[in-house]
Design a protein around this ligand. Structure first.
Ligand code: NAD
Ligand code: ZN
Length: 248
């Protein structure tokens, strides 16, 4: 592990276009359960697919009830040392930015500027009918108080949904395109806390690797891309990032 940390630090020092790619594992140290751990809010609910949300008022109510309960966890969470280290690397011009699958907004709260949120953000709602966007908090409070799905304040009748990507929903196109460009141009990708099995997101580090980037994977369990990684660092995301930072 020590030599892996040192070599990664060396690669990061030399990189001209490094990118950090993150998954749910970087936020478990902030108290947000990842997808696969039992007991988290994620494993408790039936999945409401995007089509159902669009078509059925009952599905919209179910969705809002789930998101309102899950909101407590997000609202209380704070960035951890892993998020802060990544923000620091961007400020020092060591990385171009961070591509994340997370919807918790913790990279931005940690001070990262260029964050590509592939799966959107749970800190906002957006109207499916007029595209207006609003901070999520007042709407969650409204739903909690009334148990009525809030309509869009702008167009009055529009369907408000958390600005996250649901199953069956397209990824935000511009964000995905920027992420692809970053990966095509990258000479180093450090993947942190992702199982690298959710597509199309996991295709991004793969793309970078195909275009000649080095791929470092920091994760405590196996991932879908271990076989093509140049370096595997097994362990805690926060500790590994701190150790790399200390070796820079
Ligand atoms: P994942 O749950 O599939 O994988 C997370 C990986 O991180 C696992 O392999 C796990 O072993 C590892 N891990 C967990 N805690 C760790 C730690 N402290 N140190 C090192 N490794 C750790 O996550 P994913 O790849 O991001 O895919 C899950 C999907 O669910 C994503 O699409 C994401 O949008 C969504 N999701 C988001 C959040 C969030 O925003 N925080 C949380 C759960 C799920
Ligand atoms: Zn609207």
């Amino acid at each position: 592990v020590t030599s892996g940390i040192k070599l990664t630090a060396l690669w990061l020092r030399r990189a001209k276009s490094a990118v950090v790619f993150t998954g749910a594992g970087i936020s478990t140290e902030s108290g947000i359960p990842d997808f696969r751990s039992p007991g988290g809010v994620w494993s408790k609910y039936r999945t409401v697919y995007f089509d159902e949300f669009c078509e059925s008022p009952a599905a919209r109510h179910e969705y809002w009830a789930q998101k309102t309960e899950a909101h407590v966890e997000f609202a209380a969470a704070e960035p951890n040392t892993g998020h802060r280290t990544i923000a620091k690397w961007e400020a020092q011009d060591r990385i171009r930015g961070v591509i994340t699958q997370n919807i918790d907004g913790l990279h931005k709260l940690a001070g990262s500027q260029d964050v590509l949120e592939l799966h959107g953000t749970a800190r906002e709602v957006s109207c499916l009918d007029c595209n207006a966007r609003f901070p999520v908090d007042p709407f969650v409070e409204q739903f909690r108080a009334t148990s009525v799905v809030p309509p869009c304040p702008d167009c009055r009748e529009g369907r408000l949904k958390h600005a996250t990507v649901s199953f069956g929903q397209m990824l935000p196109e511009q964000t995905l395109h920027r992420a692809q460009r970053w990966c095509e141009e990258a000479d180093l990708v450090i993947s942190v806390g992702s199982s690298l099995v959710v597509y199309p997101a996991a295709g991004l580090p793969e793309l970078a690797k195909r275009r000649g980037a080095k791929l470092v994977i920091i994760n405590r369990d196996e991932t879908g891309l271990d076989a093509i990684a140049d370096m595997l660092i097994e362990g805690s995301c926060g500790e590994a990032l701190e150790a790399i930072d200390a070796a820079l």
